[in-house]
Ligand binder design. Structure first.
Ligand code: FAD
Ligand code: NAP
Length: 314
């Protein structure tokens, strides 16, 4: 059997694509997700910017009902790691880690991105409990409090400026004494009174208690340790797009990507390959939010419905 649509990734983008594709009339739709559906937001202890959800809610609680809603309209879920996606003629083939393959007329991919970890002690244990990679998401929790930001690129400096408007003080910890950010951004950071630059310093350890992060120890180039007592630590040391699935045997990608490995799409989430749509955090210019990933999934599914209809009925 050839699927009408294969969905790779079961985060907000993939699940919304599944909802719209099945409810919109596609019959055989399978979502391939390597873990529990829900995506990276399930790591967050609180989300308060998903429209209409006003109570205190964890990422897990937000995502819990999504798979059931999709299944009601016929979405099937296969828990498997997709290793590669290929296309021959009009047919896509989903290659899976268990050695099996599935064919499909259209594919919506939403495998997300993974913020790089810095690699200091306590980072993994306190991730989502004070250690964060998203200032838009978590900054508000530290309104009027002090926080630390790790990194010296455009993202770290821009997010430090964003946090400086919400928090009483931002310690910007960078391992060198020069930044790789745009000169104008560096100037703005230097002019911002409540940003303290902690240069030539790398995070050594984040420590906490049952409530979450209590502080961050940083080590400078002379080996001296400084204890920065903050309830929030934001790390911005680069991002890796989860694009391995699109890598072909000859080392090229199935569709066009930009230099950062993000999938190039148009406003309809169409990639350079007919019938392949890319959504959420893995696409170019992604706002990296649940609501926008979900929106991408809906757009892509509506496009996939038209694509399959034209392919099979023309
Ligand atoms: P993801 O959520 O990353 O989902 C991708 C899915 O694909 C994953 O489930 C993964 O297991 C699966 N997958 C990957 N590769 C494969 C493969 N090869 N085979 C099968 N399955 C695969 N956003 C907000 O709007 N508000 C917030 O408050 C907020 N807080 C956040 C807090 C934290 C700690 C983090 C990490 C992120 C936060 N975000 C927040 C960002 C938000 O989580 C992402 O923008 C959103 O989840 C992106 O959705 P996605 O579907 O594109 O990708
Ligand atoms: P980035 O440019 O790769 O910067 C990562 C920063 O993290 C660097 O300062 C790096 O230090 C530091 N770092 C990396 N690993 C570390 C570690 N283990 N410990 C401590 N520090 C570590 O990443 P980015 O800031 O996310 O930007 C990614 C791309 O998007 C860039 O091309 C950037 O220009 C672009 N971007 C553009 C804009 C904009 O145009 N407005 C906004 C955001 C991002 P070193 O400097 O010492 O290497």
């Amino acid at each position: 059997m050839i699927l009408d649509c294969a969905i790779i990734g079961g985060g907000p983008a993939g699940l919304t694509a599944g909802l719209y594709a099945t409810r919109g009339g596609l019959n055989n739709v399978v979502m391939f997700e390597k873990g529990m559906p829900g995506g990276q937001i399930t790591n967050s202890s609180e989300i308060e910017n998903y429209p209409g959800v006003t109570g205190e809610i964890t990422g897990m609680e937000l995502m819990n009902p999504w798979p059931e809603q999709c299944q009601k309209f016929g979405l099937k879920h296969e828990m498997v790691n997709v290793t590669r996606l290929t296309k021959t003629g009009d047919i896509f083939t989903v290659h899976k880690e268990d050695g099996t393959t599935t064919d499909a007329y259209s594919v919506i991919i939403g495998t997300g991105s993974s913020p790089r970890r810095v690699g200091f002690s306590g980072e993994d244990e306190l991730f989502g409990k004070g250690v964060s990679t998203c200032a838009t998401c978590d900054g508000f929790f530290y309104k009027g409090k002090e926080v630390a930001v790790i990194g010296g690129g455009d993202t770290a400096l821009e997010e430090a400026l964003y946090l400086a408007k919400i928090c009483s003080k931002v310690y910007l910890v960078h391992r060198r004494d020069t930044f790789r950010s745009a000169p104008n951004t560096i100037q703005r950071v230097k002019k911002t009174e409540n940003i303290e630059l902690v240069l030539n310093s790398s995070p050594d350890e984040v420590y906490g208690d049952a409530m979450g992060v209590v502080g961050l120890k940083v080590k400078n180039k002379d080996g001296e340790i400084r204890d920065i007592v903050v309830p929030g630590v934001f790390t911005f040391v680069g991002n890796d797009v989860n694009n391995e699935t699109l890598l072909q045997e000859d080392g090229t990608f199935l569709c066009y990507m930009n230099e950062q490995g993000q999938v190039i799409v148009d406003i309809s989430m169409k990639t350079s390959v007919a019938g392949l749509f890319a959504t959420g955090d893995m696409r170019i210019a992604a706002p990296k939010q649940v609501v926008s990933a979900a929106g991408d999934g809906a757009v892509a599914a509506l496009q996939a419905i038209s694509f399959v209809d034209e392919l099979l009925n023309d």
